[in-house]
Design a protein around this ligand. Structure first.
Ligand SMILES: [Zn+2]
Length: 201
């Protein structure tokens, strides 16, 4: 199926959502990850086996990338896969109540939020006020990046540094420090060109 790239009006976008949901309800999703039987099975509750903190980027939906069914992944998506009060709360819920055995922080190649943080920190490019509040969460992660690296290389290094920084912060939380539950935290990088996810050491 070819990707349609022509401009879409709000009405058309809404219609697409309605059409997509209708396909979903008929069990005719384009993606094989959604099945009506599973919807019914999950009505009583969820038992996801992984919590994923990923980016809002439209090209990196964890359920599709990992070919996961409904009910399998507990997903937090925020631009630049950064932490913040709401994200902390969501992750704490995942750990304390859902008890997902695996936590993944997933960054991706060509991340716009990380790119904007680099532009702000090293090149003085300002962003809108609330975007800068978001970027403030990324800046500490990229302090050690060599600003003189070629642009693409600099961004790739910053994306990985951002994932590692988030993992480090999470590992320093009281939950992680005292955890005897065997919960695992891993970092991951998604390659925009190939769709491949590499897990960090
Ligand atoms: Zn991104």
């Amino acid at each position: 199926m070819a990707i349609d790239v022509h401009p879409v009006s709000p009405d058309e976008a809404l219609q697409r959502l309605k059409d997509g949901n209708a396909r979903f309800l008929r069990g005719e999703s384009h993606f094989p990850t959604v099945q009506t039987a599973i919807v019914e099975e999950l009505a009583d509750g969820q038992q996801p086996w992984a919590t994923i903190l990923g980016c809002s980027d439209s090209r990196v939906p964890p359920e599709l990338v990992f070919d996961a069914h409904l009910g399998e992944l507990f997903v937090v998506r925020v631009a630049g896969n950064v932490l913040g009060p709401s994200v902390y709360g969501t992750l704490q819920y995942a750990g304390a109540h859902l008890k997902t055995p695996l936590f993944v922080v997933m960054g991706h190649e060509g991340c716009g939020a990380v790119s904007a943080a680099l532009d702000w920190r090293f090149d003085g490019h300002r962003a809108k006020s609330r975007i800068e509040l978001l970027l403030e969460n990324i800046v500490p992660a990229i302090e050690s990046i060599d600003p003189n690296l070629p642009k693409e290389e600099r961004l790739q290094a910053a994306v990985e540094a951002n994932v590692r920084h988030t993992m480090k912060v999470l590992l320093s939380t009281p939950e992680a420090q005292s955890s005897t539950s065997g919960i695992r935290l891993v970092g991951a990088l998604y390659d925009i060109d190939t769709g491949r996810v590499s897990f960090l050491d």
